[in-house]
Design a protein around this ligand. Structure first.
Ligand code: B12
Ligand code: SF4
Length: 495
């Protein structure tokens, strides 16, 4: 099982491949290679394959820089070990099966959850039985035609085997993965649910999970976390779920259980869902150690929210009111916005960007502690949505081959920095990025634990004047300070 390099310095427990390892643990022998912890992962993989004891190589792949190491390694390994079966799973191959399978160096894709699909595929390969009944599998048939098998119902998450933390610890010491963050000294990454019940039109989760969500029980989550805390001393948790707070009951129950463990934690949520939480629930969540919550605010414009399929339930007013409400509970809202959505004319696109800049300033006004993350709209192929139709109509084309995906331009596309979208001019992108620079200057993120109070004050002083008078052009002085002090950007470096 290979986790290609995805993080520059903050390693996380490689949960994707650890789940897959759990699915075959006890039945097949397995080994884990973490690209985040290896200087030369290809050499490490070869050290296993050359023993002749390993027949399959599983990769987890998300777009962006992780894809780069995945492609380079898969190509090199397939060339040297052509009989090794290459199996890719994760968000990238699930959403881009053609580019992956026609590359010639990937044999199978697990589309979505692999907890049953992976062992079923290995069984079929070992026994020479057909693939067509294996749910969540994508493969090429004898005529090189890509076959996408049906999807499996989401499994009862409590019934899944426990994650083999102790065995992972034999490959890489667990404390290596419990990094120092603004949440704590030893931060555990934990995934407590899969999927998401919503259908935002830009989101890569939707085509895979199709509005389905299933969570582990609060009790099971608590037991897992407690195990890591007691054994390796974790004092903070990052919940990596797409949507941790889908169930108010589960969140409150978990809060009740974790409260006395003195842990600080963070998770992702929807504003419209959490706005309906009772005051007592929000208070219980905070008392239990939840300090900051990430929300996809996306836009302050109700029309855009509707296009994104966030509308109807989430509105601009709600975004502002909720930021203000969380202030009372001392929970920091981390709001992400997507600027540069398509529009019928350049003037409309520009007006949209200006509107969002103004809106973000309003949010900051009601709750200055709100953390703002700005992305540039990067379409994902969620076919059929209104926004996707607009994207295609504008002449936008996705890359066709795996090599195209790792060209520098597409890599920044994946990082949602340079969208390559025909409706955005260079000036528009500059305006978004320059506003972001000034905003980060006035309000440096709390998640940058290396930035001292003095540095924060200096950069704030320099940026405040620009912010007040809406002057965002050429903010070189702020950029210089951020460069010297290596300012952390959660939007590209991950949370
Ligand atoms: C942790 C994480 C990271 C970590 C790195 C994790 C690592 N591997 O070291 C960090 C913070 C570095 C990161 C960064 C980025 N990430 Co990220 N990340 C996640 C996150 C939150 C959790 C992944 C995880 O552990 N899931 C838990 C496991 C259990 O679930 P899973 O991965 O889906 O695995 C199941 C199946 O997919 C399948 N499977 C997965 N892998 C494999 C492998 C094999 C062999 C098999 C058989 C099956 C299989 O089986 C598993 C069990 O059922 C996901 C969202 C999410 N909730 O999953 C986003 C997510 C994958 N990231 C995403 C993105 C876009 C990025 C970035 C490119 C951009 C950004 N701005 O964040 C960067 C750049 C990454 C890089 N450097 O390449 C997107 C991908 C969207 C897309 N278009 O495909 C996601 C879905 C978030 C989102 N909703 O937008 N990320
Ligand atoms: S709420 Fe978040 S995870 Fe769910 S569909 Fe929307 S963007 Fe995706």
């Amino acid at each position: 099982m290979f986790n290609p390099k995805s993080a520059i310095n903050k390693y996380r427990i490689p949960n994707s491949i650890l789940n897959i390892a759990a699915s075959v643990d006890g039945k097949y022998d397995w080994a884990i290679i973490d690209g985040n912890c290896e200087l030369d992962p290809i050499k490490k993989i070869e050290s296993y394959l050359s023993t002749g004891e390993y027949k399959y190589l599983g990769f987890t792949v998300m777009p962006g820089p992780q894809l780069r190491q995945a492609i380079i390694s898969a190509k090199a390994i397939k060339e040297k070990y052509p009989h090794t079966k290459m199996i890719w799973g994760g968000y990238f191959p699930s959403n881009q099966p053609n580019a992956v399978l026609y590359s010639g160096y990937v044999d199978f894709i697990i589309n979505g959850p692999g907890d049953n699909a992976f062992p079923n595929l290995i069984d079929a390969l070992e026994n020479g039985t057909p693939f067509e009944f294996i749910k969540n599998l994508i493969y090429k048939n004898v005529d090189s035609k890509i076959i996408i098998n049906g999807k499996e119902d989401l499994l009862d998450q409590d019934a899944l085997p426990p994650l083999p933390y102790d065995k992972l610890n034999e490959f890489y010491p667990i404390p290596k993965f419990l990094g120092k963050t603004y949440l704590g000294e030893k931060t555990l990454a934990y995934h407590s649910s899969i999927g998401c019940p919503f259908t935002c039109s830009f989101c890569a989760v939707v085509p895979i999970y199709e509005a389905r969500w299933k969570g582990k029980s609060a009790q099971r989550v608590y037991e897992d976390v407690k195990y890591i805390k007691d054994k390796w001393g974790a004092d903070a948790i990052e919940f990596h779920d797409n949507n941790f707070f889908v169930s108010e009951k589960r969140a409150v129950e978990f809060s009740r259980l974790i409260k006395d463990e003195n842990m600080t934690w963070w998770g992702m949520a929807r504003i419209d869902t959490m706005s309906k939480f009772k005051d007592s629930s929000l208070a219980a969540i905070r008392e239990a150690g939840c300090k900051i919550i990430f929300f996809g605010a996306e836009s302050g414009n109700n029309e855009v929210l509707a296009q994104m399929d966030k509308g109807g339930t989430q509105t601009g007013n709600q975004i502002i009111e909720f930021a203000e409400r969380l202030k009372k509970f001392d929970i920091i809202p981390e709001y992400s916005f997507v600027l540069g959505t398509p529009g019928p004319t350049p003037e409309k696109v520009q007006a949209g960007i200006d509107f969002e800049i103004d809106f973000i300033k309003k949010v900051k006004h009601v709750n200055p502690k709100t953390e703002i993350i700005i992305y540039t709209y990067s379409p994902v192929p969620t076919e059929g949505s209104e926004m996707f139709k607009q994207v295609l109509a504008s002449g936008f084309k996705f890359p066709q081959t795996l090599e195209d995906w790792i060209s520098p331009a597409w890599e920044s596309f994946d990082l949602r920095k340079n969208p390559l979208t025909p409706w955005l001019t260079a000036e528009m992108i500059d305006k978004i990025r320059n506003f972001e620079t000034v905003l980060n200057g006035v309000y440096p993120t709390v998640t940058d634990i290396r930035m001292s109070m003095l540095k924060r004050k200096i950069v704030k002083l320099v940026a405040s004047l620009r912010y007040k008078v809406d002057l965002y052009y050429y903010p070189y002085e702020i950029k210089l300070l951020q460069k010297i002090w290596r300012y952390r950007q959660p939007e590209t470096q991950g949370f």
